[in-house]
Ligand binder design. Structure first.
Ligand code: NDP
Length: 323
């Protein structure tokens, strides 16, 4: 195993499985690029990969993973692979088909974690990820209850297609409903989380239920923030000062802050130097007051509001309550 891989701490999930606290995000890592990105990441010490059917690149991610296993660089049981079921695959029997589709694309017999990608069932129209009506508004499927999707997830786990099951973009009430009406507590809730959206209330609530938070868009997706006239977290003076103090990048400070709060984190990069630097951060620790100084940057600012196609009108839109 490479040096970094042995240094990356694990989080123990509520079903006993273990997840490396840092993983590589693969969204918008395009086909033609992502295969090499995953090779670089495995060499750099990444063992946790965050995938989704929706990212339309799982065949390449899987190719790189299978090559690394074949070449003896890594064993399957050292890896933690996550994939997700998109909301147009929520109807009866469809989550299982979606999981099998991802496994086929990845070329793997099981994943480590399967997530409900969003809590907002959409209509099935030709497997279109964004089924819309003539006016461009998303078509919802209000006949589907999340608890039924979750019970199918329990069966998918029993069938051995995934080791653990969890959710993404769920609010606390939606998770509470699953817990009350099933025998499985989600192991993870994967949500947007960065210095502008510290998610402290949701984090504390999830901890009280034995659920780990995973931070997506931990760098607030870099440039997007600037487009919206907000300073990128990588340019916030407090973060830049800490980067300079510890001799690391501003991104490393944002990622390290998450790990020190017990939050797993999945930065995406397609740039070799950044891929390496984003995980090489176990030679320093932020002090408690530095962690608090970053917590204090919170302004509940969300990049991924999911208002596209009117999805904010969905009865299950998760951001209608504070957390
Ligand atoms: P991130 O916050 O991880 O930001 C990615 C951007 O930051 C890219 O433009 C990348 O550029 C840049 N970047 C990476 N490292 C550095 C660095 N060291 N210095 C400066 N810039 C850097 O955004 P994502 O939205 O991609 O989130 C990460 C992952 O989370 C996704 O890939 C996906 O796996 C998951 N996700 C899950 C969602 C869900 O609904 N569950 C929603 C959104 C994301 P470059 O690639 O050019 O290096």
């Amino acid at each position: 195993m490479s040096g970094i891989a042995t240094k990356v701490p694990f989080l123990t999930l509520n079903d006993g499985n273990r997840m490396p606290i840092i993983g590589l995000g693969t969204y918008e890592a395009p086909p033609g690029v992502v295969e090499n990105v995953v090779r670089v990441a495995i060499d750099a010490g990444y063992r946790h990969f965050d995938c989704a059917d929706f990212y339309e690149n799982e065949h390449e991610v899987g190719q790189a993973i299978r090559d690394a296993i074949r070449d003896g660089k890594v064993k399957r049981d050292e890896l933690f692979i996550t994939t997700k079921v998109w909301p147009n695959w929520h109807g009866k029997g469809r989550p299982t088909l979606s999981a099998k589709r991802s496994l086929k694309n990845l070329g793997l017999p099981y994943v480590d974690l399967l997530l409900i990608h969003w809590p907002t069932p959409l209509k099935q129209v030709d497997d279109n990820f964004y089924p819309t009506d003539a006016t461009g508004q998303a078509l919802f499927d209000n006949t589907i209850e999340l608890i039924d999707v979750w019970k199918e997830f329990e069966q998918i786990k029993k069938d051995g297609l995934t080791r653990s099951i969890g959710v993404s973009n769920f609010n606390s009430q939606q998770i509470e409903d699953l817990i009350k009406n099933s025998s499985t507590v989600p192991v993870v809730n994967q949500v947007e989380c960065h210095p502008y959206l510290s998610q402290e209330k949701l984090l504390n609530w999830c901890e009280s239920r034995g659920i780990k938070l995973t931070a997506y868009s931990p760098l607030a997706r870099s440039g997007t923030v600037e487009e919206k006239n907000t300073t990128s977290p990588l340019d916030i003076p407090v973060i830049k000062q800490l980067a300079s103090k510890y001799g690391v990048s501003a991104a490393a400070i944002c990622i390290k802050w998450q790990t020190q709060r017990g939050v797993s984190v999945i930065p995406k990069s397609a740039t070799k130097e950044r891929i390496i630097a984003n995980i090489d951060l176990f030679n320093f620790n932020l002090t408690d007051s530095e962690v608090k100084a970053i917590n204090d940057l919170n302004r509940d600012w969300r990049n991924n509001t999911w208002t596209q196609f009117g999805i904010n009108k969905h009865r299950n839109w998760p951001f209608a309550i504070p957390f």
